[in-house]
Design a binder for this molecule. Sequence first.
Ligand code: C2E
Ligand code: CA
Ligand code: CA
Length: 710
Amino acid sequence: MEPTDSAGPARQLSQPAAPALPSAALRYAVVGASAAALGVGIVRTRIDGNALFPGGTVGWAFALLTGIIVGHLVAMGRDRWWGGTGSGASLTLAMLLLYGWVPAVLVSLAVVVLVGCARRHRWRQAMLHGAVDILGIGAASLGLAAFGTHPSVEQPWSPSTWGIAAVPAVVVSALFYLAATRTLLWYAIVPRDGGLPTVARTALIRQGLVGVALLGISPLIIVVATDLPVILPLFAVPLIALDSTLWIAHARAEEQLTDPLTGLPNRQWLLERAWTAIDDAERGGERTALVLIDLDKFRSVNDTLGHMAGDRLLLQIADRLRLALPRGAEAARLGGDEFAVLLPTCDSPTRAQRIARSLVAALSSPLSLDGLTLVLEASAGVAVYPDHASDAEGLLRRADVAMYQAKRDRSGVEVYEAKRDGNTPDRLGLLGDLRRALDAGDVELHYQPKVRFDGQVAGLEALVRWVHPQRGRVSPEDFIAIAETSGLMPQLTEYVLEMALGQIAKWRAMGLMVPVAVNVSPRDVHSPGFAGAVAARLARHGVPPGSLQLEITEHVLLEDPQRAADTLAGLTGHGVKMSLDDFGTGYSSLVHLRRLPVSELKIDRSFVARLVVDNEDAEIVRCTVDLAHSLGLLVVAEGVEDDETWERLRDLGCDAIQGWLVAAAMPPDETTAWLKLRGRTGWHRHAELEAAPAPAPTPAPAVRAVRDAR
Ligand code: C2E
Ligand code: CA
Ligand code: CA
């Protein structure tokens, strides 16, 4: 019957301040009723001429036992319960069975008052628990009375008079006691919004143990009290042991829900708590908001200053978060540098956004670590029930999506928006299918040639192809976007690298020494150990690093430029060539050119396509070619579909082209045939007709249509 029983340990963790006690009227009623009952009980006992408490050895022995238990409770100093513990309850029930209602209440009150005095800041709670206990004892004595038993100090219910009917009498009064105290506590004390399933489970276990203790120990106490009261204080040992067991169960439940580093509640707690908050919001027609906060660049702190420093930093961040919490909000650490704040009631998404902004601002002010001043920035995503999700997991997922949006846009805080969320159920289904296809090896690579203006084959680009069993061909752009936002990207890249390297090795064995370019996503470049893993793969396939090229985009510089630069330096250090893809579509492209160790630049299809019709685009291409050449880079134009464009690119000084004019991406066998033919003679614009195998020569537009359908 401790306040923490069902209120949840985490409530104390995040809110050391007084927990919100609901149903004030009920609390006054409980205290009032118990005071009245106590008064009536004492007066009636006196009128009947009965003593309030046993005298002599028994009285002293009981007093001593009570004293030891109180001493134990105070000495442990933990936030234990008030009105009586599992052990206290056994003692009270023994008193009740032996001497009746009033002496039992006195024992219970003694515990409450003494522990309350020792820990004065909780006296209100102590009073309430004492009151609940008095009513519980009253209920138990009614149960006993139903069996015709009315013990008093003068006429104790001595075990020597117990018959078989004593068993149900003891069981019933114990049950009455438990039921009454539990029900009152549930309605009067436990904060309505605080019940968590995990904690409720341990509370239930504990109630079971208290019940068993009541039934098992109380009769033994009675027997000893009547036959050999001097050794009564020895009961302190099993009672304290029982108490400790209950405490351990409690502490375990707490650990399960706590992040060991910061002491904040953890993800499980957050989910359970969000569930109850959502239930309440639903009942009250209110909103619940979840703010997910992730530190930007925390990883680089860990990498440069070490994990210990990183931990200390997280502790500081957790403290800041605690201090910045608005009233009623609760914080949790989800792991790594990810934190969450739950706003159990929140009037609008805009308000949640405002709170998220203030939290992010609080985390972003400079902090000092080992004498260094660091400024960590944070990004936050907000999701609101019922606007964005109807359950706790959904809320967390949506807040996560919004948080990534905030990171990507560098906007600090974003509220979830369905229209910007790629994770629709449809896409999630596709994601599962893609994962299975990768496992089953059902994803293929096609190869598209890059050709120089003299006809020489400069290399091939590997492009991934997936034919979905029901949907048919899925565009790489679509499923790669899904893989990128879902964490499947590393697996996809490994798969593509593995296939491409295997193919390079095969071609080399046939004497076809053509370099192959593989597209990698920014996620890959940011994953630790990527450069080393690529080098190891090359070695395993016996492929020289110069035969592999990696196509990256400027986006690698967005998230963590330093880490990206390190990875890229590692790769070029191993001898792998880098190519900058989609040039012209990123932002401030020219600035980045110098910071990326690339040897080739691919002008994006969008500029190439309009080259002949749009003078501005032609000018952009010309400048790009000049700039790239001045930096010693090769320039490849992608998406070349017709002769005219080919000629313009040649005149502008471009080095090579790629596009349907030459060939679309082809399956490996077809590529082998193509290479065998063009490897000897080179690719020539008008040689296609003669070179094309029987039956019919295909003009370029037709080739395009056929290839496109692949
Ligand atoms: P990208 O790297 O810019 O690849 C070139 C895209 O242009 C390919 O589309 C290719 O089929 C298409 N293309 C080639 N020639 C022409 C042409 O003459 N005209 C037109 N209109 N298009 C042409 P695809 O295969 O659909 O790939 C789309 C994007 O998906 C790629 O763009 C690349 O960013 C990504 N991707 C493809 N394969 C992989 C992969 O294995 N890994 C990763 N990370 N990304 C890949
Ligand atoms: Ca590419
Ligand atoms: Ca491209």
